[in-house]
Design a protein around this ligand. Structure first.
Ligand code: F6P
Length: 357
């Protein structure tokens, strides 16, 4: 039976989103002969009834290597709490989820593929509970979505962060400096842990292990005594000292994690007697071409999600478990996935002499 399906991308972008769109369109068109449309600007675009975009083979041909999302996205806002400005300038939040759901039938959609992180999946799950025909695809550079071993975008982010450490290493060595690199990841330390190990960091500070700066200072002093006059410290944006708070920056769209790199840099400058420099990698981690692995994973996810729609597995999200493509309930996926502070990979890094503060 012929179907018409929609694709929506929500939350912060991640390299590989366009590869998901491409794979979903090609699978839907080639295998099922369905029509596919894109919803622009995430759930906001759906609620607002933005015109849909026809997606045919020709529209997705060059998308495999392109970063970002051709459909656009918003990473704040929800149809369950849509901001409305009142006459006195105050903002009131209203539930417009029923409008979002009615748009799906207005657009003639038999199913909707939603690619997003935990926030987007939480919205999708609530809409499914109200009867929406949605399947999910796990996206985030942070790799913190439950139910799947890995999310697409993560590999590209750790490549970027590792390359940054490699570059910082040579300049650190030349100047005998301590280099601090702050990376993203929200409340999870996956990017810092993986890039830290791959880039040979001497200390890895992650949210799952509150740090004692003195431990890092001791490590740097030991390195100096052993004749190595430079060191590399990678800090996840969500890391915090023992008994202390995470660092936030305020912006027009609200408070965002960030700033711990400079806090750590200042503390180290006080205790180690070397020059310290801080680099905040920021959105470079989210941009640019996806790695071949992320293209591969995003393609598998996009294609598998269309098969889930064919099976009418509403409320399920595609997932990678081991090497197998699988599906989990979205409600299980929105339980976030953290680095195990006592797990094998942290212990392996400790065995190498890396400190976690
Ligand atoms: O979730 C992805 C992520 O890149 C986080 O690592 C980071 O904290 C956040 O998004 C930044 O979001 P924004 O695009 O609002 O700056």
């Amino acid at each position: 039976m012929s179907k018409r399906i929609g694709i929506l991308t929500g939350g912060g972008d991640a390299p590989g989103l366009n590869a998901v769109i491409r794979a979903a369109v090609l699978t839907a068109r080639n295998h099922y002969h369905w029509d596919v449309v894109g919803i622009t600007r995430g759930f906001d675009g759906l609620y607002e009834g933005q015109p849909t975009v026809d997606l045919q083979e020709k529209d997705v041909r060059e998308l495999l290597a392109r970063g970002g999302t051709i459909l656009g996205t918003v990473n704040r806002g929800s149809p369950f709490a849509h901001p409305k400005q009142l006459a006195d300038g105050k903002i009131e939040y209203e539930d417009v989820s029923h409008i979002a759901i009615s748009r799906m039938s207005e657009f003639g959609l038999d199913g909707l593929l939603v690619a997003g992180g935990d926030g987007t999946m939480a919205i999708a799950n609530k809409l499914v509970n109200l009867g929406a025909h949605i399947v999910g695809v796990p996206k985030t550079i942070d790799n913190d979505i439950g139910g799947t071993d890995i999310t697409f975008g993560f590999d590209t982010a750790i490549n970027t962060a590792t390359e940054a450490l490699d570059k910082l290493q040579t300049t650190a060595e030349s100047h005998h400096r301590v280099m601090v690199l702050e990376v993203m990841g929200r409340d999870a330390g996956w990017i810092a842990l993986h890039a830290g190990v791959a880039g040979g960091a001497d200390a890895i500070l992650i949210p799952e292990i509150p740090f004692d700066i003195e431990v890092v200072c001791q490590k740097i002093r030991q390195l100096k005594l052993s004749g190595r006059n430079h060191s590399l410290i990678i800090v996840a944006e969500g890391a915090a000292p023992i008994g202390g708070q995470q660092q936030f920056m305020s912006s027009a769209s609200g408070a965002r994690l960030g700033g711990v790199g400079h806090v750590v840099g200042d503390l180290l400058a006080d205790c180690v007697g070397s020059e310290v420099r801080v680099t905040v990698l920021g959105h470079v981690q989210r941009g640019g071409q996806p790695t071949p692995y992320d293209r591969w994973l995003a393609t598998r996810f996009g294609s598998a999600a269309v098969h889930l729609i064919a099976q009418e597995k509403w409320g399920y999200m595609v997932a990678l478990q081991g090497t197998q493509m699988s599906a989990v309930k979205i409600e299980d996926a929105i339980k976030m996935k953290f680095v195990d502070a006592n797990g094998e990979t942290v212990q392996m890094a400790r065995d190498l002499g890396v400190v976690f503060g």
